[in-house]
Design a binder for this molecule. Sequence first.
Ligand SMILES: Cc1cc2nc3c(=O)[nH]c(=O)nc-3n(C[C@H](O)[C@H](O)[C@H](O)COP(=O)(O)O)c2cc1C
Length: 127
Amino acid sequence: MKSIVIYSSLTGNTKQVAEAITSVLPADTPCVSMKELPSDLSSYDLVFAGFWVDKGTANKEARDVLGTLDNSHIALFATAGVPPQMAHAKESLINAANCLPHGIEPVGTFICQGKVDPKVIEMMYKM
Ligand SMILES: Cc1cc2nc3c(=O)[nH]c(=O)nc-3n(C[C@H](O)[C@H](O)[C@H](O)COP(=O)(O)O)c2cc1C
């Protein structure tokens, strides 16, 4: 099965998870930022797509890419400010899965807590 890992990351947390996933896949598996996506992903049987949680869903760059994926197997991974057991984390994965084209369900999902800049925590509390 031919796989690729793609990710969107602002401060590096999701990139770290992307690299960890890639490290246990066959050695020739590409790991690319969504800013440098190959124009055609259709030759991949399995796409691991990573995003950071922004206001309870995938960040905008990732949402735009998720909406274009039509591969047979798509696994979503994410990092968030909250721990994975919180409802907000699970809801964020569901909201992101809803960004996939109609009828496509992820074959698997993973979310973990990333390091959060204290300035972001302050901003989130104000919101
Ligand atoms: C503008 C902004 C909005 C965020 N919104 C959320 C949120 O709704 N829920 C949450 O759990 N974390 C939120 N976070 C925290 C990030 O999802 C978290 O720090 C993530 O690990 C960042 O990933 P990155 O290092 O790959 O950019 C937000 C961060 C930023 C900067």
